[in-house]
Design a protein around this ligand. Structure first.
Ligand code: NI
Length: 180
């Protein structure tokens, strides 16, 4: 496994729609393993292909273990996802992004979603996720379409700066320009 470089939001690859994965083989498995390792090293709960410069429809996710959530504490590799159902119920929650270090925001997401996707070996799967994991899946799925969490924020008060220990943290030059 190898840790890949995470691109910042200023990189045009993060604004590009990723292509469907067509080849399921050892290279894809290697990519998925690298993505999981990169995500864990960066203390993230999700990572999408475009964030490491791979414009393919793949993301990984792993949220900390929660008592009443059997899907928590497990790594997921999701390939060619399609959100086939979205709950009417919405929920506001805090989000950050490994490509936008030093910023957090309040984002409205569907409380639960149903997705169709493929596993890393190409097996079709259908999953229903809710709560925090549904938030992560929606955030990562957005990355595959060149969408960032800040795009969902229209109220500048719902996006704020946080301290990071990374001196190279990406800083928006003009926050308002991105809050559209
Ligand atoms: Ni992100």
């Amino acid at each position: 496994m190898a840790v890949r470089k995470i691109l910042y939001a200023s990189d045009p690859k993060l604004r590009t729609k990723a292509k469907k994965v067509k080849v399921f083989g050892p290279q894809l498995k290697q990519l998925a393993d690298d993505m999981l390792e990169t995500m864990r090293v960066a203390n993230g709960v999700g990572l999408a292909g475009p964030q490491i410069g791979v414009l393919q429809r793949i993301f990984v996710a792993e949220i900390p273990e929660e008592e009443d959530n059997p899907l928590s504490g497990k790594p997921f590799v999701i390939v060619n996802p399609e959100i086939v159902k979205r709950s009417d119920e919405m929920e506001e929650g805090q989000e950050g992004c490994l490509s936008i270090p030093g910023w957090l925001g309040e984002v409205n997401r569907h409380r639960s979603i149903e997705i169709r996707a493929r596993t890393v070996t190409g097996k079709p799967i259908k999953m229903k996720v809710s709560g925090f994991l549904a938030r992560v899946f929606q955030h990562e799925n957005d990355h595959l379409n060149g969408v960032l969490f800040v795009d969902h924020i229209t109220d500048p008060e719902k996006l704020w700066r946080v301290q990071t220990d990374d001196d190279d943290a990406f800083v928006f030059e003009d926050m308002n320009a991105l809050v559209v």
